[in-house]
Design a protein around this ligand. Structure first.
Ligand SMILES: NC(=O)c1ccc[n+]([C@@H]2O[C@H](COP(=O)([O-])OP(=O)(O)OC[C@H]3O[C@@H](n4cnc5c(N)ncnc54)[C@H](OP(=O)(O)O)[C@@H]3O)[C@@H](O)[C@H]2O)c1
Length: 390
């Protein structure tokens, strides 16, 4: 990072990132700091505040909250990676705020030039998903309007775009498409029960067959769709400048120490717990491109509306073949669960708007390679041989 920050795009600007410790948000915070921004990250448990001597920003907080539990919580190792980022000591403050805590969000957002609203549960459990995603977005948008920020960038999802039974697979899906709420409510998705992974990790994960599966309605897509609609509604009513990024399934290197939901998508194919792959196709994007997209749409004055953030669509069979070629030492499935029907096609998503803003997407093969290497580095996946992948 240059010693003279004044030449950087974000110099002199303070932005708030909600859910700063998450998979996408951590990369966003890293890139924002590298661009010279001062960042306020909301987390549910910030740990001890940075020293007021080294973080000018925190002085304000110490003054405001000297007796507040916002600064006196127990250290959360989940946020250590944020503190280690270059520029964090000088220009990152962590503020305690749940999405349902309007006061905390006002504290975090007041005085900011911009807001990146990325925080959201990522689950199909209705009780955990719906209220924080929807009411939380309403809270963030209103706090941003009260603070008269220049622009809000909202992390929506491709789940708010493609879920529609009347949409054919032949036409490209673009930013004008919206998911059908009734369809989200009636369709079912199957899920791994993630805590099973953790048990297995401590008991020789590679020989495990104890993944738990169950079916749930698509409450994630439902809540993300309504949350995005709420964001647009508040933006319209309160004349707030809003730009939305709609990422597809996001993979790539992890900064945070724990496994997030989208990375678990790849992990299950390396552990021996998935004996087959499903007959389905899905679009992928690298987390570094997703984070960069947020910054591009924030900085470009001409940015407007929604931006689909997708590199390419692959059938699950292609994903496992790429993984097997890159990492033959793992027990990656070779058979499709549905051997009767032809491979299902996926939607073709357009990424033209982000390409026009200068994003050059990382190819999915490189993204998969770096995802797995990162899982190994974080000890989320055991290294089982010395084969080099350089
Ligand atoms: N990863 C993908 O494939 C993908 C694709 C499309 C869109 N997205 C969207 O991108 C955003 C980030 O996703 P991610 O993959 O980075 O997920 P993640 O790693 O699970 O991060 C989500 C963040 O939201 C925070 N959060 C959840 N509930 C909260 C609440 N009630 N109050 C405050 N904070 C809360 C979490 O905080 P804790 O750490 O305290 O739990 C976490 O920091 C989400 O809006 C998601 O819908 C993700």
């Amino acid at each position: 990072m240059p010693s003279d920050l004044s030449t950087l795009a974000g110099s002199g600007q303070t932005v708030c990132v909600t859910g700063a410790g998450g998979f996408i948000a951590s990369w966003l915070v890293k890139l924002l700091l590298a661009r010279g921004y001062t960042v306020r990250g909301t987390v549910r448990n910030p740990g001890p505040c940075f020293s007021p001597h080294t973080c000018l920003f925190c002085i304000t907080y110490v003054e405001s909250f000297i007796f507040s539990d916002r600064l006196l919580s127990v250290d959360d190792p989940k946020n250590a990676h944020l503190r280690a980022l270059e520029g964090a000591k000088e220009r990152l403050a962590l503020v305690k705020a749940d999405l349902l805590d309007s006061d905390g969000l006002h504290v975090a957002i007041n005085g900011c030039d911009g807001v990146f609203h990325t925080a959201s549960p990522v689950t199909d459990e209705a009780e955990q998903m719906i209220e924080p995603a929807i009411k939380g977005t309403w809270n963030v948008m209103n706090a941003a309007a009260d603070a008269a920020v220049r622009r809000v960038v909202f992390t929506s999802s491709i789940g708010a775009v493609y879920m529609n039974p009347n949409r054919g697979l032949d036409a490209a899906v673009d930013e004008s498409c919206w998911s059908d709420l009734d369809y989200c409510k009636v369709t079912e998705v199957h899920h791994q029960f993630i805590p099973a992974i953790w048990n297995d990790l401590s008991n020789n994960l590679l020989s495990s067959t104890t993944w738990w599966w169950r079916w749930m309605q698509n409450w994630y897509c439902y809540a993300k769709t309504v949350a995005e609609q709420v964001a647009w509604k508040v933006a319209g009513e309160r004349r707030l400048d809003l730009v939305v990024v709609n990422p597809v399934l996001t993979l790539g290197p992890l900064l945070q120490p724990t496994l997030n939901a989208s990375t678990a998508h790849v992990l299950k194919y390396l552990t021996g717990s998935a004996a087959t792959y499903v007959n389905a196709a899905q679009a992928y994007v690298d987390v570094r491109d997703a984070a960069e997209a947020h910054i591009r749409v924030y900085e470009a004055p001409e940015a407007e509306g929604r931006y689909i953030c997708a590199e390419s669509t692959l059938h699950r069979g292609e994903v496992v073949r790429i993984l097997a070629k890159l990492f033959p030492e793992y027990p990656i499935p070779t058979r499709c669960k549905d051997e009767v029907n032809p491979p299902k096609k996926g939607y073709r998503f357009t990424n033209k708007k982000l390409k026009d803003l200068g994003i050059q997407f990382i190819p999915v093969t490189q993204c998969l390679l770096e995802t797995v290497k990162s899982l190994q580095e974080k000890a989320l996946l055991p290294i089982v041989s010395c084969i080099s992948h350089n």
